[in-house]
Design a protein around this ligand. Sequence first.
Ligand code: TXA
Ligand code: MG
Length: 365
Amino acid sequence: MSVPFAWNLDASAAPPLQTEVLQVDPFAPSPAHLARAGAVIREGGLVAFPTETVYGLGAAALNPSAVRRIFIAKGRPSADPLIVHVANMAALERLTSGSSPWLTLLLPFWPGPLTVILPRASAVPLEVTAGLETVAVRMPAHPVALALLEAAGEPIAAPSANRFTRPSPTRASHVLEDLTGRFELLLDGGPTPHGLESSIVDCSGDRPRLLRHGAIPAEVLLDRLPELEVPDKPLLARPDAPMRAPGTQLKHYAPRAPVTLFLGAHVHTLSMLQAELTSALSLGLKVGVIGMQEALGALSAFPIETASLGGSLEEAGARLFDALRALDARQVSLIFCIGFPEQGLGRTLNDRLYRAAEGRVRVLD
Ligand code: TXA
Ligand code: MG
């Protein structure tokens, strides 16, 4: 893919900042803290805040120099566009041009973990859209995110608040681990409920298309919008295939230790994983395994580090990125992940694991 829009990202040009942390009640954030955060945004600063999906690193969306600072802080390529967060429909209208028949059908998901892509209005800086003529917009449901948008009084562009290619942050500690000294203020509202990013639907073309599996399962979106085009097997797209959308690069969500993803029929997957575990352990490697509680139970005889994803897909979503970071903190040299059946949130989880694994996948039918 050609890079439509790029500028020089020189992180060394940015002197380290004092990052301030304010604890907020996720359901009833303090108005004084929100007023402070809103002022930082209006002055062109960066505020990290919880959403119902993951923490975002926000800047005033209509201020190009504030938006550039997001890319520098994250080390993110300038060709990877940002999502603009809004608190009401009037803001959506300011950011987009024309209308989409699909949008009306998707609006019941707002506020919530759905991002829509629409033609951009000229007010939206090209820094936000990476030079594209479309813009991604989302109305978040988290009370802190909504209250911050109200306090700032303007739309906020925010990618996930992690360093580029690292797992998305689902806790304030993850944001600090990656970005301390690179932004002004963190609103710590505790762990984020979904733990997986928003589902992204492109409504700018002839047919609505799912660009990223997310916190709303594809089946639920299809119920509302049967025309939705859901890419067949985004998961198993070849690592060398051209990018379908900006930001869909393979290496993403990656911890420091290399990840291998095991997919397929449960029993066979486990026996293949056990065989690979045996050989890694015989080499003296420290191995971490991520999977549902039940699957990990079958590995109790192995001297390994484990991070349980719990007993349901919702719990697994909420825990996944923390599990990847937790195993890094325990300094494992390899991470094995047990994947999910390709349905519901299982598809989103597999998508994230596939990218974390940079294509190292063992598939068993
Ligand atoms: O849940 C979420 O969506 C979180 C929270 C903070 O809202 N945000 C998030 O942002 O995941 P980020 O930047 O990590 O991922 C946004 C992705 C980009 O990588 C890109 O693929 C896609 O959104 N995107 C944004 N604008 C686009 C556009 N105009 N066309 C196609 N894709 C776009
Ligand atoms: Mg991200």
